[in-house]
Design a protein around this ligand. Structure first.
Ligand code: GLY
Ligand code: MN
Ligand code: MN
Length: 431
């Protein structure tokens, strides 16, 4: 494992220019209220390049003239008392030995040592704008580095996020293994939830059920706050109150995925609380499903991210015309964006260490072409709130279907297909 992280750092030698430095900060402990903290989660890019899971750590990579990468890490100091309260700290020695960094220091020494590491570099890459205290420190470190040698070249500052994000986009065999496990755990949880749900239960009871099913399979944390939305709540795209009762006749939209060994999964299924879709629910469901199936087919190296988007928009527009919810021609309505009243988000996003993963969607001023090793979600939806000007039978229906798709050389692999999305299969599972 140590070598996987060392290789990722080495690769940066060919991505960043010679005589440049890259500074990536790890995460800090975040308070929830008063002195109660959230569970610590390392910054994803820091984790990607280090595999080091202690807060308040910083990685500095120096890319030398021959494009070799020299790594330095600043980590929490060994401290007997703190370790009794909060657990083991590797300290600089442990960090060097167990993670293969070229050198490591206590993070208390960062203000003296970091400017020395930057001095002489032509360019410093850093992900600006994530944390204003760090942004300020960065400016101070660069000022201090410049003042060390009046005759050294000027140091430009540039954003590191895009270059590292685009490396993170292409998953290694090891990463794909972790993502498959995350996806399988989440898919199994969705199957169990379809069997478990009953009228009279609450959204939060279902939320707790998912978290339990994730944790018992090794995915202790959710990759994001689950959306557990009964009935019309599904029309609130980021509904996370999860506190209402579920009733017969309601659909339940659940957007929930676990994190496994730092990798996210992201699944949405929409299923009837009673186990049987009503006719109007089924009619809308079939449109979303067709849009999803066709968009998934478009995830291949021959297409770019916008191709799948366009396909989903057209299928949804045509479906809404067929039901009399939109009227006009497909071309005119699509060109006018009429579908946006009912399908207002994009078809998907990159998936990896973050649920909305790093990586660009454009490349050389064109939409990004799919490449083997990328993982994207495909998640079309139709949302018709009670306030919509449509026949009563459609009001309050919100449906999304979301799977996680790995791009391969031959086409793609649906990592979450274990959980059914076909309405007949869902009804059979719930019977
Ligand atoms: N769960 C967040 C999303 O689907 O984008
Ligand atoms: Mn998603
Ligand atoms: Mn989702």
């Amino acid at each position: 494992m140590k070598n996987e992280f060392i290789d990722r750092r080495k690769k940066l030698g060919s991505i960043f220019p010679p005589n440049s430095a890259v500074v990536i900060s790890g995460a800090s402990i975040q308070l929830r209220n008063a002195d109660s903290s959230h569970a610590f989660r390392q910054d994803s890019s820091f984790w990607y390049l280090t595999g080091f899971n202690e807060p308040e750590s910083t990685l500095v990579l120096y890319i030398n003239e021959s494009q070799e990468v020299q790594s330095t890490v600043f980590v929490p100091k060994k401290d007997k008392v703190k370790e009794i309260w909060d657990g083991y700290r590797a300290g600089p020695e442990g960090a060097e030995k167990d993670h293969g960094f070229d050198q490591a220091f206590n993070n208390t020494e960062i203000n003296e040592i970091l400017p020395e590491l930057l001095s002489g570099s032509h360019k410093v890459f850093y992900p600006f704008g994530k944390n204003s205290a760090l942004d300020n420190s960065m400016v101070e470190w660069i000022k201090a580095a410049k003042s060390k040698d009046r005759h050294s070249p000027a140091i430009d500052i540039a954003d590191a996020a895009s270059k590292i994000g685009n490396q993170r986009l292409l998953k290694s065999a090891y990463e794909i293994e972790q993502m498959k496990k995350a996806c399988q755990i989440s898919a199994e949880a969705h199957v169990e939830a379809m069997r478990f749900v009953k009228s009279g239960m609450t959204e939060q009871e279902m939320e707790a059920f998912y978290l339990y099913e994730f944790a018992k399979r090794g995915g202790r944390f959710s990759a994001y706050t689950p959306i557990v939305a009964g009935g019309e709540n599904a029309c609130i795209l980021h509904y996370v109150e999860n506190c209402k009762q579920l009733n017969d006749g309601d659909l339940l939209l659940v957007d929930a995925g676990c994190e496994y060994n730092f990798y996210a999964s992201d699944i949405t299924r929409t299923f009837p609380v009673s186990g049987k879709f009503t006719k109007p629910q089924l009619a809308i469901y079939e449109i979303v499903l067709e849009a999803q199936v066709k968009a998934i087919e478009a995830v291949s190296v021959n297409n770019n991210v916008m191709d799948a988007q366009g396909i989903s928009e057209k299928v949804i527009t045509q479906g809404l015309i067929d039901l009399g919810i939109l009227s006009g021609s497909l071309e005119d309505l699509h060109a006018a964006g009429a579908f946006k009243d009912f399908y207002m988000h994009k078809i998907g996003h990159w998936l990896g260490l973050d649920v909305h993963d790093a990586g660009d969607y454009m490349e050389n001023n064109e939409f990004m072409q799919f490449k083997p090793g990328m993982v994207t979600t495909v998640e079309p939806g139709i949302y018709i709130p009670a306030s919509a000007k449509v026949e009563d039978q459609w009001k309050g229906i919100g449906i999304r279907i979301e799977d996680d798709i790995l791009v391969t050389a031959e086409g793609n692999e649906n990592l979450t297909e274990f959980v059914p999305s076909d309405p007949r299969e869902i009804e059979a599972l719930m019977a």
